[in-house]
Design a protein around this ligand. Structure first.
Ligand code: S3P
Length: 169
């Protein structure tokens, strides 16, 4: 069983991924963490080498993980499905689930932790909200191509995990 969680920054991919992997007794991988182990912090890479460099290395790392590993729950970055042919690779090699969250919920979460994320770290509160709404709308075109979609609004973490488990049985 190979499961990948996709969705916007702050949608809960890592938290849900860890919980799900425990329930299913599968290894858990976080593409951002694997990237940072291999290269440098994502913040530093964006600063020193730029986003294109990041996207390119992220793409190759993703391909490697998807092909090499057999059983896992994988959480990828918010932008991962939106570059190169990543969404097709994700769907080809794994069961993808889009953790769908609304713009205002994401804004509330991301405002508290925006400093670790290079795409939003420089934005003021007002700018952040507008950015998320526009960006989410563009990225939804990619997220919507996932095989499974989980609407997370108003649901507990346990409910979300259960919903994913039900749909893979
Ligand atoms: C990004 C999301 C981040 C990380 C990088 C870029 C994005 O991951 O990959 O900062 O483009 O949305 P999370 O979604 O885990 O925050």
């Amino acid at each position: 069983m190979k499961i990948t969680l996709i969705g916007y920054m702050g949608s809960g991919k890592t938290t849900i991924g860890k919980m799900l992997s425990k329930k299913l007794d599968l290894d858990f991988y976080d593409l951002d963490v694997l990237f940072e182990k291999k290269y440098d912090s994502i913040l530093n890479i964006f600063k020193k080498k730029g986003e294109l460099f990041f996207r390119n290395r992220e793409h190759y790392l993703l391909k490697k993980i998807l092909k090499q590993k057999n059983k896992y729950v994988l959480s990828v970055g918010g932008g991962t499905p939106c570059f190169y042919n990543n969404i097709y690779l994700l769907n080809k090699y794994s069961n993808t689930f889009y953790l769908k969250a609304n713009g205002y919920t994401l804004f509330k979460r991301l405002f508290l932790e925006k400093n670790t994320r290079p795409l939003i770290s420089h934005l003021s509160k007002n700018e952040l909200f507008i950015f998320i709404i526009k960006h989410l709308s563009k990225r939804s075109n990619f997220y919507d191509k996932s095989l499974g979609k989980i609407n997370t609004y108003g649901k507990s973490k346990n409910d979300i995990v259960q919903e994913i488990m039900k749909s893979i049985k």
